[in-house]
Design a protein around this ligand. Structure first.
Ligand SMILES: [Zn+2]
Length: 230
């Protein structure tokens, strides 16, 4: 490349200070540090002027993925998302019905006809609750929680609703899911069935302050149904 070609390239570059070599650019950084610059500086190669510049932008640090550590206590599927971008992880019931009966609470098993085949299933009676062992212990960072929610089919088809089920980061016991049958019909679950989903949710640190609350908002003290009247 001759000098005039280089001259054109330099003119197409918007940066003021061009260092011909990496070494001279690094010396530039050293001078900046001597002037007490607290910025994080780095040298980069410029494809426009084929020289080197100093930038104040910090290196882009790849954010470490949040980890959900799983310890299996019995034969059970590993929780997973159906799609990468899904909010929830699916959790399955343990494969071993004996394990569920032994470790759960209020578990009744019954023979159920599935076409020509007779299967043993967990029977949940109308208006009754069960406590289902998930065969899994978890570990994850403080500042996060694992919160269980119904999968759409569980609520709409089987009328089984999840009770309180928030796993704190310091809880290291087995995870149990509490389900209540809100229908008037017996509902059945098979061992190994995809049961419920859980979201990793952040836990903000919150300070509770006792004081008079500010009533001057566009809604004020309007209660239940007050926004429907208009
Ligand atoms: Zn440049």
């Amino acid at each position: 490349m001759n000098d005039s070609q280089l001259g054109n390239l330099v003119r197409s570059c918007i940066k003021k200070h061009r260092y011909p070599t990496e070494q001279t650019a690094l010396e530039g950084i050293n001078r900046a540090h001597k002037n007490n610059s607290k910025d994080e500086l780095r040298v980069y190669f410029c494809k426009h002027c084929l020289g080197y510049h100093i930038t104040h932008k910090p290196f882009i640090r790849r954010k470490r993925m949040l980890q959900l550590k799983i310890e299996k206590l019995t034969n059970v599927q590993t929780p997973k998302k159906a799609h990468d971008t899904d909010a929830g992880f699916d959790f399955w019931l343990p494969e071993d019905l004996g394990y569920v009966v032994q470790n759960g609470k209020n578990i009744n098993i019954e023979a159920v006809k599935d076409g020509d085949i007779i299967k043993t299933a967990i029977a949940i009676y109308p208006q009754k609750s069960v406590l289902l062992p998930m065969g899994i212990k978890t570990e994850f960072n403080p500042g996060w929680s694992l919160v269980f929610f119904n999968r759409s089919g569980l609520a709409s088809k089987k009328h089984l609703f999840r009770g309180a089920c928030i796993v704190d980061s310091n809880y290291r016991g087995e995870i149990f899911v509490n389900l209540t049958n809100v229908s008037n019909e017996k509902q059945y679950l098979q061992p190994g069935e995809k049961l419920i989903q859980a979201l990793m949710l952040p836990v903000p640190r919150v300070e509770v302050i006792e004081a008079k609350v500010n009533k001057n908002t566009d809604r004020g003290e309007g209660g239940f149904g007050s926004t429907d009247k208009k």
